[in-house]
Design a protein around this ligand. Structure first.
Ligand SMILES: [Fe+2]
Ligand SMILES: [Fe+2]
Length: 169
Protein backbone atom coordinates (compact mmCIF):
# COMPACT_ATOMS: atom_id res chain seq x y z
CA UNK A 1 0.00 0.00 0.00
CA UNK A 2 1.37 3.40 -0.99
CA UNK A 3 1.82 6.03 1.72
CA UNK A 4 -0.74 8.84 1.72
CA UNK A 5 1.93 11.54 1.35
CA UNK A 6 3.25 9.78 -1.73
CA UNK A 7 -0.25 9.55 -3.24
CA UNK A 8 -0.76 13.25 -2.51
CA UNK A 9 2.50 14.11 -4.31
CA UNK A 10 1.39 12.01 -7.29
CA UNK A 11 -1.85 13.99 -7.39
CA UNK A 12 0.16 17.12 -8.24
CA UNK A 13 1.31 15.57 -11.49
CA UNK A 14 -1.82 14.13 -13.11
CA UNK A 15 -1.81 13.50 -16.84
CA UNK A 16 -2.72 10.95 -19.47
CA UNK A 17 0.89 9.74 -19.33
CA UNK A 18 1.68 9.77 -15.62
CA UNK A 19 -1.61 8.36 -14.27
CA UNK A 20 -3.38 6.80 -17.30
CA UNK A 21 -5.92 4.60 -15.46
CA UNK A 22 -7.04 7.42 -13.22
CA UNK A 23 -7.11 9.87 -16.11
CA UNK A 24 -9.38 7.59 -18.11
CA UNK A 25 -11.94 7.61 -15.26
CA UNK A 26 -12.20 11.39 -15.13
CA UNK A 27 -11.06 12.56 -18.57
CA UNK A 28 -14.40 13.96 -19.80
CA UNK A 29 -15.05 15.87 -16.57
CA UNK A 30 -11.49 17.03 -16.04
CA UNK A 31 -11.25 18.43 -19.55
CA UNK A 32 -14.62 20.19 -19.36
CA UNK A 33 -14.72 23.97 -19.34
CA UNK A 34 -16.62 23.97 -16.05
CA UNK A 35 -14.05 21.95 -14.12
CA UNK A 36 -11.12 23.76 -15.78
CA UNK A 37 -12.67 27.09 -14.71
CA UNK A 38 -11.99 26.11 -11.09
CA UNK A 39 -8.35 27.06 -11.72
CA UNK A 40 -9.46 30.69 -11.58
CA UNK A 41 -10.65 30.52 -7.96
CA UNK A 42 -8.40 30.43 -4.89
CA UNK A 43 -9.29 27.58 -2.55
CA UNK A 44 -6.86 27.26 0.34
CA UNK A 45 -4.53 30.25 0.61
CA UNK A 46 -2.95 30.56 -2.87
CA UNK A 47 -3.73 26.97 -3.96
CA UNK A 48 -6.45 27.08 -6.63
CA UNK A 49 -9.64 25.01 -6.56
CA UNK A 50 -8.75 22.90 -9.58
CA UNK A 51 -5.59 21.65 -7.93
CA UNK A 52 -7.58 20.95 -4.75
CA UNK A 53 -10.34 18.91 -6.42
CA UNK A 54 -7.83 16.92 -8.49
CA UNK A 55 -5.90 15.98 -5.34
CA UNK A 56 -9.09 14.98 -3.51
CA UNK A 57 -10.26 13.01 -6.53
CA UNK A 58 -6.96 11.17 -7.04
CA UNK A 59 -6.50 10.27 -3.36
CA UNK A 60 -10.10 9.04 -3.19
CA UNK A 61 -9.53 6.99 -6.33
CA UNK A 62 -6.41 5.31 -4.87
CA UNK A 63 -7.94 4.64 -1.44
CA UNK A 64 -11.14 3.22 -2.94
CA UNK A 65 -9.24 1.07 -5.41
CA UNK A 66 -7.15 -0.45 -2.62
CA UNK A 67 -10.35 -1.35 -0.79
CA UNK A 68 -12.20 -2.71 -3.85
CA UNK A 69 -14.79 0.08 -3.60
CA UNK A 70 -16.35 2.08 -6.42
CA UNK A 71 -13.18 4.00 -7.29
CA UNK A 72 -14.50 5.39 -10.56
CA UNK A 73 -17.47 7.11 -8.93
CA UNK A 74 -15.28 8.29 -6.04
CA UNK A 75 -12.79 9.80 -8.49
CA UNK A 76 -15.52 11.56 -10.47
CA UNK A 77 -17.48 12.82 -7.47
CA UNK A 78 -14.22 13.91 -5.84
CA UNK A 79 -13.56 16.08 -8.84
CA UNK A 80 -17.03 17.62 -8.57
CA UNK A 81 -17.28 18.01 -4.80
CA UNK A 82 -16.38 21.73 -4.87
CA UNK A 83 -17.94 22.65 -8.22
CA UNK A 84 -19.15 26.16 -7.49
CA UNK A 85 -18.20 29.24 -9.42
CA UNK A 86 -17.32 31.99 -6.98
CA UNK A 87 -14.52 32.93 -4.63
CA UNK A 88 -15.72 31.76 -1.22
CA UNK A 89 -13.51 34.34 0.52
CA UNK A 90 -15.67 37.18 -0.82
CA UNK A 91 -18.02 38.76 1.66
CA UNK A 92 -21.14 38.00 -0.40
CA UNK A 93 -24.18 36.73 1.47
CA UNK A 94 -25.64 35.10 -1.63
CA UNK A 95 -23.36 32.15 -0.87
CA UNK A 96 -22.89 32.38 2.88
CA UNK A 97 -22.54 30.60 5.21
CA UNK A 98 -20.22 28.97 2.72
CA UNK A 99 -19.29 25.83 4.67
CA UNK A 100 -22.93 24.77 4.94
CA UNK A 101 -24.23 25.84 1.56
CA UNK A 102 -21.60 24.99 -1.04
CA UNK A 103 -22.24 21.20 -1.09
CA UNK A 104 -25.76 22.01 -2.31
CA UNK A 105 -24.43 24.37 -5.01
CA UNK A 106 -21.93 21.71 -6.10
CA UNK A 107 -24.66 19.04 -6.36
CA UNK A 108 -26.71 21.33 -8.59
CA UNK A 109 -23.76 22.29 -10.81
CA UNK A 110 -22.56 18.68 -11.02
CA UNK A 111 -26.02 17.53 -12.12
CA UNK A 112 -26.05 20.23 -14.80
CA UNK A 113 -22.59 19.23 -16.01
CA UNK A 114 -23.49 15.53 -16.07
CA UNK A 115 -26.67 16.24 -17.99
CA UNK A 116 -29.34 15.22 -15.50
CA UNK A 117 -29.86 13.63 -12.12
CA UNK A 118 -26.87 12.33 -10.21
CA UNK A 119 -26.72 8.71 -9.11
CA UNK A 120 -27.19 8.10 -5.37
CA UNK A 121 -23.52 7.57 -4.60
CA UNK A 122 -22.30 10.67 -6.45
CA UNK A 123 -25.02 12.74 -4.82
CA UNK A 124 -24.13 11.50 -1.35
CA UNK A 125 -20.39 11.99 -1.81
CA UNK A 126 -20.82 15.62 -2.87
CA UNK A 127 -23.65 16.54 -0.51
CA UNK A 128 -22.03 15.09 2.63
CA UNK A 129 -18.39 16.00 2.08
CA UNK A 130 -18.44 18.74 4.73
CA UNK A 131 -19.39 16.36 7.54
CA UNK A 132 -19.12 16.81 10.51
CA UNK A 133 -19.64 20.57 9.95
CA UNK A 134 -22.90 19.67 8.22
CA UNK A 135 -24.47 17.30 10.70
CA UNK A 136 -25.91 14.53 8.54
CA UNK A 137 -23.12 11.94 8.11
CA UNK A 138 -22.16 10.31 4.79
CA UNK A 139 -23.98 7.11 3.88
CA UNK A 140 -21.37 5.14 1.93
CA UNK A 141 -17.76 4.10 2.46
CA UNK A 142 -16.77 6.04 -0.66
CA UNK A 143 -18.41 9.18 0.79
CA UNK A 144 -16.35 8.86 3.98
CA UNK A 145 -13.19 8.43 1.93
CA UNK A 146 -13.82 11.59 -0.12
CA UNK A 147 -14.76 13.45 3.07
CA UNK A 148 -11.47 12.38 4.63
CA UNK A 149 -9.43 13.13 1.47
CA UNK A 150 -10.93 16.63 1.38
CA UNK A 151 -9.72 17.41 4.89
CA UNK A 152 -6.36 15.81 4.33
CA UNK A 153 -5.77 17.85 1.16
CA UNK A 154 -6.87 21.10 2.83
CA UNK A 155 -4.27 20.51 5.53
CA UNK A 156 -1.54 19.70 2.99
CA UNK A 157 -2.43 22.78 0.93
CA UNK A 158 -2.27 25.20 3.86
CA UNK A 159 0.98 23.58 4.95
CA UNK A 160 2.51 23.93 1.48
CA UNK A 161 1.58 27.62 1.38
CA UNK A 162 3.00 28.22 4.83
CA UNK A 163 6.28 26.57 3.89
CA UNK A 164 6.53 28.49 0.64
CA UNK A 165 5.99 31.78 2.44
CA UNK A 166 8.60 30.89 5.05
CA UNK A 167 11.26 30.03 2.46
CA UNK A 168 10.58 33.31 0.63
CA UNK A 169 11.32 35.39 3.73
FE1 LIG B 1 -16.05 21.73 0.00
FE1 LIG C 1 -12.93 20.49 -0.88
Amino acid sequence: MKKLGFIYDESLNISEKTTPEYYECVKDLLESEEVQSLATFPQHDFIDRLRHVVSVSYISYCLCKERSLDYRTAARAGLLHDLYYYDWHENDWSHRPHGYRHPGFAVKNAAELCGGELDKLTFNIIKRHMWPLTVIPPKYKESYIVCFADKYCARKEYQACKEQKRTKK
